[in-house]
Structure formats: C-alpha cells, structure tokens
Design a protein around this ligand. Structure first.
Ligand code: GUN
Length: 279
C-alpha cells in the first residue's frame, strides 16, 4: 500500500502549535519579504507566505519594487532592515531580475535575520558541520515530512535531482548529516534512470514532468518538489503521480506535499529568529 506524504495535514498541525506559541508573546515576530518585479509564480508564493503569517500572528510586510530597481537600492533597503530592531526576519524572493546579482544581495542580509538560511555565513555553517541560525526552508520542510512518517535516512541511497542553492545542495548536506548516501543528479547527468533505479529515496526538484514509474525501484520513497502548470493549466509536479504511486511506498503529491511544508518552515524559521533575537 502506498502512503501519501500529506504536507497539508502536517502544515496544519505545526501551524496550530506555532500560533499558540505566538499568542503567548507580548511582541509579535516580524517577517519582511522583498519582492522585485511581477513574476507570477513569485507573486503567488509571496501572497501565500503573507496569508499564512497573518493567520498565526506573525507581522508580515511585503515590500514591492519594480523590475528595473537598482541593485544599490535593494542593498540600501537591506541595510535599513538589518538595523531595524523591529524586524526579525528578511526574505528576498528569488528569482531576481537579470541585472541584479543574487549573491550580492543575499550576502548583505544579516545572518541573524536571514530566514532562508542562504547567506554565506549560514550556508558556510551548514556545509562545514556548524550550526546555521536557520536551515533553508524547502529542505527543512522535506525532512519534517519524512520525520513525520518515521522514514529513516541512515544508510539509504537518497537521489536528489536538482543542484540549486534553494533545494538540491542544502538538502544533500542535510541528508548526509542524517547518514544517507547521497547522489545529486542534474540536467547534464547521463543515464539518469540508471541512477534513479537505485534510489531508496528520490527527491525531484526540476519543474518538468520527468519521473516515470520505470525509472524507480519498487518500494522507494518519492518526494516531488517540482511545481508548474501543464499545457491545460493543471498544477503538476515532476512525478507521474498516477503510475508512480502504484509502486512507491510513500509519495508526496503536488499540490499538497512539499509546497505547504516550505511555507511552514518559513514560519518556523521566522519564530526561531525572533526567539534568538529576543534572547
Ligand atoms: N523562490 C523559490 N523558492 C524560494 C525560497 O525558498 N526562498 C526564496 N527567497 N525565494 C524562493
């Protein structure tokens, strides 16, 4: 029998606990999101983040900039937010317009307010065996989901498709920290199916419908991070859910799997930074 990794249910459980915690604070945590341009997917994500934050008592401020804003203007705003004692958490929504360097921007965020865990300090801590202030949201959400279903990583072969700083790279490190054997595949990987067939746990973060039943071994755990609209406007993931769910032991759906967990992690990270800031 295949078990669905239900991100929505876990989100509700975690957010209910967080809300109770926040209700007991005299001051509320504040998250500031910087959104540049009008990328439709980013607008939806940022809206969802704001709605979720407000539901549980986090102050959420979205600062919108036009597509042609200069890198310098964003950097000045980040300096201002870094100094603002009322701001606990800062997120710059990615992707950025081409004329703005994400490295230049992210490195300006105070690591203590870097709610994505993407700044050089936090990334450096993650990859050098130290402790970052917070862990990146999507990998953290995936681990919360696997833990909820008691899926053990030690000694397992985890295959991750995608090498981004947002998902693939930090997730690989976090899986290694749990003693998994990790393979990262990407767009130049040859004979992808030969590798995915050896996966005990497969995580796909591509954004195209590429994972078919014949690429996987029976009983594997499948985590689908991809999300996009197909030609008919339907929300899809990377995995052929209908057929893969016949052979997987656990599978995360799209929507309703990893997506809600990413936002949940963002809320958890905001509260963690707020608590560290208080102390
Ligand atoms: N764009 C897509 N996912 C993310 C994320 O986790 N953080 C940020 N800042 N931008 C994103």
């Amino acid at each position: 029998m295949t078990i669905i990794l239900d991100g929505k249910a876990l989100r509700e459980k975690i957010l209910a606990g967080l809300k109770l915690k926040i209700d007991n604070y005299t001051k509320k945590p504040t998250l500031v999101v910087i959104l540049i341009g009008k990328n439709p997917a980013s607008q939806i994500y940022v809206n969802n983040k704001k709605k979720t934050a407000e539901k549980i008592g986090i102050n959420s401020i979205v600062i919108n900039y036009p597509e042609n804003v200069s890198e310098q203007e964003i950097i000045l705003k980040i300096h201002e937010l870094n100094k603002d004692d009322n701001v606990d958490a800062i997120l710059v929504q990615l992707p950025l317009p081409k004329h703005i360097s994400k490295e230049n921007i992210i490195k300006m965020i105070d690591p203590k307010k870097d709610v994505d865990g993407f700044s050089p300090y936090n990334f450096g801590q993650l990859f050098s065996g130290g402790t970052p202030f917070v862990y990146p949201c999507t990998p953290k959400g995936i681990l919360l989901l696997l833990d909820e279903y008691n899926i053990e990583l030690e000694g397992k072969h985890a295959v991750i498709i995608g090498r981004s700083n947002i998902v693939g790279k930090p997730l690989a490190q976090m899986f290694l920290d749990r003693n998994a054997t990790v393979t990262i595949c990407h767009s130049r990987t040859k004979n992808l199916a030969d590798i995915t067939k050896t996966a005990d746990i497969l995580v796909s973060a591509v954004g195209e419908n590429i994972i078919e039943e014949k690429m996987l071994k029976s009983g594997c755990v499948v985590v689908d991070v991809g999300i996009f609209k197909d030609a008919s406007g339907r929300t899809r993931g990377d995995v052929d859910f209908e057929n893969v769910s016949k052979i997987a032991s656990y599978i995360s759906p799209v929507p309703g799997g990893v997506g809600p967990m990413t936002i949940t992690s963002l809320m958890l990270n905001t509260v963690e930074l707020f608590e560290k800031h208080l102390s």
